[in-house]
Design a protein around this ligand. Structure first.
Ligand code: URA
Length: 210
């Protein structure tokens, strides 16, 4: 059921012309993973390699993400890999607020509703801001936050560690800690969540009101 609806959304994404990014893309990148994934990871947007292949996290950041998932004892095949924006921004510039709002409310949040994951791992500040708009990534990275039924775990973007090797131990420690959180959940041990107030309404509704 969710599988076929996710496929329909992916088809819409591949044909999308809602913003200017469709003009410069090679392929849109809808995201991929099993419909029953407990964990969704949300990156920023496709880079050069993802744009070429139409698949998420297949370039250097993706290779590093695969290593990080090993540290968290997570199988890459078990998670859904998504992005805030589905088309590459020219020269990998930051996505604009309009691009984020259009793309996330039209596609990402529908995907999240269907997947209904227990845990969302945000990668970088743009996906973090969808759930924790007031948070600073340097303060909250690696710390779980409860939003309704879900845990949101904001992480540095893997590219941050590739560009700044100083960040590498930090992001590796955060993914090891994510593994510990998953073990706690599996054993029914409550996970201590962070004090920063997350957005109260599901972001899909909030954005549709704007
Ligand atoms: N970086 C992202 O944020 N997403 C991808 O899919 C690849 C690189």
């Amino acid at each position: 059921m969710a599988t076929s609806e996710l496929t329909l959304i992916a088809d819409e994404i591949r044909q999308c012309t809602l913003c200017q990014l469709h003009r410069s893309r090679t392929n849109a990148v809808p995201g991929e993973g099993p419909a029953d994934a407990r964990i969704v990871l949300i990156g920023e947007g496709p880079g050069y390699h993802e744009d070429r292949q139409g698949r998420p996290f297949v370039g250097p950041s993706g290779q590093f993400l695969t290593e990080l998932l090993v540290l968290a004892q997570i199988e890459r095949e078990d998670v859904f890999l998504a992005n805030v924006i589905k088309c590459r921004a020219p020269q990998n510039r930051d996505p604009t607020p309009d691009e984020i709002q259009t793309c996330a409310s039209t596609y990402l949040f529908r995907q999240i509703e269907l997947l209904n994951p227990e845990i969302i791992v945000t990668l970088g500040r743009f996906s973090m801001a969808l759930y924790l708009p007031a948070a600073k990534i340097s303060h909250v990275h690696g710390k779980p936050h409860r939003v309704g039924q879900r845990l949101i775990v904001p992480m540095l973007h893997p590219a941050a560690a590739l560009h700044q090797p100083n960040n590498r131990p930090l992001i590796e420690a955060d993914f090891r800690q994510l593994g510990a959180i998953l073990t706690q959940l599996k054993n029914g041990i409550p996970v201590e969540t962070n004090g920063i107030e997350p957005v109260e309404d599901p972001p899909v509704k909030q954005l549709r009101l704007l």
